[in-house]
Write a protein that binds this ligand. Structure first.
Ligand SMILES: [Zn+2]
Ligand SMILES: [Zn+2]
Length: 217
């Protein structure tokens, strides 16, 4: 199936669709928080939402409505006023979905919404879960905290593990262990994101997990 996006009578092909997901609850109900991004030659589509699901495959056949999603759903920076995301078949690595919605005018003095229709075939990817201290490599799942976020207008609760264990907090000076698998980094695998470490680090372990971020938060 070809991916396309039609807006204001103009249709473009979409490439590079990607659906990133992680577990998160909403009003006490277990589910999946998802982020979709796709782009065409001159169009950029992104949106986020939440749906009740045990596994990502449970998104199959669901319709997710977005209202008041603000910057969490947009085409070329124009926010969706409303959108309905209809999931077709979703398997572990691939998903097909269609979107129907209306985006706000480019010129805010105008009040005409533009209708948007899109069919997107995308790669599916779970957010790699961090489980180990970036400093010493010990398991930090016991220090996980719930965090409430607004995603696409849904108030969701996700579990977040700290980057550093309490012992390394304020002490660690650079990433030493992969937070996904705990493997120790070797020379050349850790880089600072800027001239110094103020912007954080990016590191890829020998297993191929990439960490990008800071030693705090
Ligand atoms: Zn530690
Ligand atoms: Zn790793």
């Amino acid at each position: 199936m070809g991916s396309y996006l039609r807006m204001g009578g103009e249709e473009v092909d979409l490439v590079g669709g990607r659906l990133l997901w992680q577990r998160g609850s909403c009003m006490g109900r277990g589910g999946i928080v998802f982020h979709l991004a796709a782009h065409g030659r001159r169009r950029m589509l992104h949106l986020s939402g939440w749906a009740p699901a045990e596994r990502v495959e449970d998104l199959t056949g669901q319709t997710v409505k977005l209202e008041a999603s603000g910057p969490d759903a947009a085409v070329d920076g124009r926010f969706f006023a409303t959108a309905a995301i209809r999931f077709g078949r979703v398997v572990e690595a691939r998903a097909i979905l269609s979107i129907d919605g209306e985006v706000e005018p480019m010129d805010l003095t105008s009040d005409s919404l533009s209708s948007v229709e899109a069919d997107v075939a995308c790669a599916v990817e779970g957010v790699a879960s961090r489980r180990f201290c970036l400093g010493c490599g010990r398991n930090v799942e016991q220090f996980a905290r719930d965090r409430d976020d607004y995603v696409g207008g849904y108030r969701v609760r996700v579990s977040v593990v700290p980057v550093l264990c309490p012992t390394c907090e304020g002490v660690a000076d650079a990433p030493r262990h992969c937070p996904v698998c705990g493997t120790a980094y070797v020379d050349g695998e850790v880089h600072t994101l800027g001239d110094d470490a103020s912007l954080g680090y990016t590191a890829t372990c020998s297993e191929g997990h990439t960490f990008s971020g800071q030693l705090t938060g």
